[in-house]
Design a protein around this ligand. Structure first.
Ligand SMILES: [Zn+2]
Length: 191
């Protein structure tokens, strides 16, 4: 039986993606042994997330709020990028993986699963306003990713080209973990 203080912390960690209750408890015990300076730095880093990091109004990507005041991330405010193509991803790490290839010149939309109705509104608003020509669904080849792809396809106005990443991504794998070559060929082979 963990003491209530340790349990409370472990419960927080257990909410993190991929962290199970055992790992959560290990994190908590790691912190018990950490010195005060390290704890203070950790608290500061967490506080900064809320005070300095904003989510882009257009694509939901996080950015440092002192970088600019436009409400847009660096990608969305880059005028050289093609505004008529949107790549929909499930999480920011997928966006980072695609950006790393340097092959995609359009904009993104990170689908926030916790508020689906708002996401549809946001994405469809962009489609109407920015004369989108193509939406690339770069969703993980998992049951959840496939379900989301179907939902978006069903709800989008016709007339817009909707493509999905081509073959090559491992079934059940995640874009986040795919190498640059795989992502590049999946992007080029989209249909
Ligand atoms: Zn953005």
């Amino acid at each position: 039986m963990l003491s209530p203080t340790v349990q409370k912390l472990a419960d927080f960690f257990a909410k993190f993606p991929t962290v199970g209750p055992r790992t959560a408890r290990r994190f908590a015990f790691y912190l018990i042994k950490s010195d005060q300076n390290e704890i203070n730095s950790l608290i500061e880093a967490i506080e900064n997330l809320k005070s300095k990091i904003r989510l882009c109004n257009l694509c939901n990507k996080s950015y440092e709020s002192d970088e600019q005041t436009s409400g847009l991330c660096a990608i969305c405010s880059d005028t050289r990028r093609d505004k008529t193509v949107i790549c929909v991803v499930e999480k920011e790490l997928d966006l980072e993986a695609i950006e790393k290839t340097g092959r995609f010149k359009g904009l993104y939309f990170i689908w926030e699963t916790n508020n689906e109705e708002q996401q549809f509104k946001k994405l469809f608003g962009r489609v109407r306003k920015d004369q989108i020509k193509e939406i690339i669904l770069a969703l993980d080849p998992t049951p959840e990713g496939r379900q989301l792809a179907l939902k978006i396809q069903r709800n989008l106005d016709t007339g817009i080209k909707i493509t999905r990443l081509g073959q090559g991504l491992p079934v059940g794998g995640e874009i986040e973990y795919a190498d640059e070559e795989t992502i590049t060929s999946a992007l080029e082979g989209r249909k």
